[in-house]
Write a new protein. Sequence first.
Length: 221
Amino acid sequence: MGLQISPSILSCDFSRIAEELARIADADWAHVDVMDNHFVPNLTIGQPVVEAIVKASPIPVDTHLMIADPDRWAPAYAEAGAASVTFHAEAAHAPIRLARQLRAMGVRAGLGLKPATPVEPYLDLLTEFDMILVMTVEPGFGGQKFLDVCLPKVARIRAAVEASGLDVWVQVDGGVSQDSIGRCAVAGADVFVAGSAVYGADDAAAQIATLRSLAEKACAG
């Protein structure tokens, strides 16, 4: 896969969810943030709503679980139809076992890292995951300012992926916009979560195309 855009529906109008999902039909993924008010200080949606989103979405659903005890709850999101399920390293008790369980259920398994979480303990485990998600804001709320201090972590993950020869995607989530996406791409990210940047635009499809183009130009330059 090339560079991928995954708009976060956290910034959409949930009273018009089918229409809001249709606005991002040109994207690669619909990014769904699940928060439980325990792992992060915010409460969003759960498995039944994700199941409804999967049915309404014209593109695959990329579920980001910002929840406590994902070992118990993550498989339900695979059952709900999500094509990718990312859980957080800081919350999982047995991340390898959980990733293997998700993969056995036929979904991509992602590992999420908060800004202050070092990636080094997980670099030798890359073969167990399909994607590493680097949070570029503190998780919990949309619309935050991008944290450039996270880019060296992205670069270290990309270097490790290249050295391993594995097909592991590197996702960035938080404050991704026209201003920051190029720097993310240069650092080595290839999946970009953008919420307010896409849903705050008058033409979401045009914004998706612009973000994709900016990332491609940054990589080419």
